[in-house]
Structure formats: structure tokens, C-alpha cells
Design a protein around this ligand. Sequence first.
Ligand code: MN
Length: 322
Amino acid sequence: MGDAGVGVEVGTGTGSEASAGASVEVLTPRDVPLGGPRAMTVRRTLPQRSRTLIGAWCFADHYGPDRVADSGGMDVAPHPHTGLQTVSWLFGGEIEHRDSMGSHAFVRPGELNLMTGGHGISHTEVSTPGTTVLHGVQLWVALPDQHRHAPRDFQHHAPGPVRVDGATLRVFLGSLAGETSPVRTFSPLLGVEILIAAGATVTLDVDTEFEHGLLVDEGDVRFDGTLLRRAELGYAAPGRTTLTLTNESDREARTVLLGGPPFEEEIVMWWNFIGRSHHDIAQAREDWMTGSRFGEVKGYDGSPLPAPELPRTPLKPRGNAR
Ligand code: MN
């Protein structure tokens, strides 16, 4: 019952040798001000020096709970994206989304909003006037090379809760615990909010080809033997048949589980763009600054965000160290 154990229990099947004794790597967050006149600070766990991606997940910002009266809330002026999808998932508050394909949506707790930048999109994100506390995650997914110029797209999904012994899951992308999200992705992905009862342990069957990251929003959670504190992201390499999560705190823990097969391509990530070369990024920047490719956001009161200057030294593609 209360025994969190150490190490990883794997099934008796074959091909699981990679997981035997493989420990969870703890990625600690760094504080990043979002900028602007009323800067809200986020905790970033991806990318970082030791890890660029988990599956196709390439960016993880965790924020709040922030009292909007103190932080000023969120007000992100029109800005572009290319080569990626953005995933907005809230635990509290509400954000108004507008984009250049004409979408106008409200991001609410427990509801996935997945925006495909593809070839190019621009959008705004503003916390609504009724929001007193803002709390959630902003995640990015790198698009595989063959799909990175896909048409812009916006999908919404409110997954129903799945109850397993000791936990409640909301599967917003991929499949877990018998539940499958209908949301389309360009590579196999897993994205699930998992609430774990105080003191409970939950063991989940997972795809052995997937690597996983567990982000802890609240509570102290032991992830396959390694204790993760609030705002930490635990990385588990592929080869596992199960993941075991134990809430070692005395109240409900909230986590977000991310997964996917290792992303084999190297990417260049700069500002709000993902490409494969310095040239791709320079072109995207040029297109944004000259008002082409990314379209226009209607209904936002304010000027678009200018792109920062490109660094003097060419941007280099990055992947995960092997
Ligand atoms: Mn954005």
C-alpha cells in the first residue's frame, strides 16, 4: 500500500531490458518572464540543456496559480507560429483565444485547445476579465518534417474523466487506461491530466515504444521510484510497460503525463518558430515582419509582437543526446 518502492517493475515480456533499472531523470524548471508591461512568470521545463524533446513534445511552460490582481494575468499580442502545434490546458481561470484562421475560442479547465501552426498561423491569448486566478500549462508539439507545412488548424476537446483506483484521468491526446482522444496529431502522442488521491498509488499500462514525462502541478509524486516535487518534470526512457505514480502528499496531487516515441529529427527552435535550419527561421522571421504568411488576428486591441533580432551566429539544429 504505502510502499513506493524503488526502481522500475517491468513485465515478464521480452524487449523490456532497456527499462531494467533505468531511473527517472528529474528536469527542474527555470523561471521565465513572459515579457510585456505586466510580466507573468512561467516555469519552463522543456527545452533544456539536457533534453530538447520528450516524444514530439518540445516545450513545457507551467504557470500559477497566479492571482491576476498581482500578476496582471495573460495578455499576449498577435504573434506567429510555424512548424509546431500549441496545446493549452488549464487548471484554473479562462483564456480567450483568437487566431488568423478566424477561430475565437475560450480555453477552460479540463478542455484541450490544440492549434496547428503548420506553415503559419498567428494568435492572441488574453485571460478573461472574470478570471481571478490563472493556472495551467502551455505545451508545444514539434511537427514531423513531412507535416510541418500543414494547413493551420484549431481543435477543441473536453475529455470526460476516467476513474481508476486512486486516480482520475483526462486523456486529451492519445490513449491511456482504455480511453482514446479523438484529436488528430501528426505523430503518436500522449497527453493526460492525472489527479491522484492522497497516499494512492496508480500503475498504468503504457506503450513500450514511448518515452514519458510527468509534470507535477501539485503534490509530491513518486514516479517509477523517483520523487518529483511541484513543477518538476520527470523523464522516463522508452522500454517500460507500465508507469507507477504514488502521491506521497496528504492531499490530492495533480500531474500531467506526456509521451510519444522519441522524435528522431533534429530541430531548430527560436522564438515562436520551429524549422530545420537557420534559413527556415530567418525566412519565418522575415515573413512575420513583412506581414505575410501568418495571416491576421481580428478582434484584438493592440499591435502585433515584433520578432527579436536573430542571433549573430547561425542557429544550430538540436535533438536529444543519445
Ligand atoms: Mn503562441
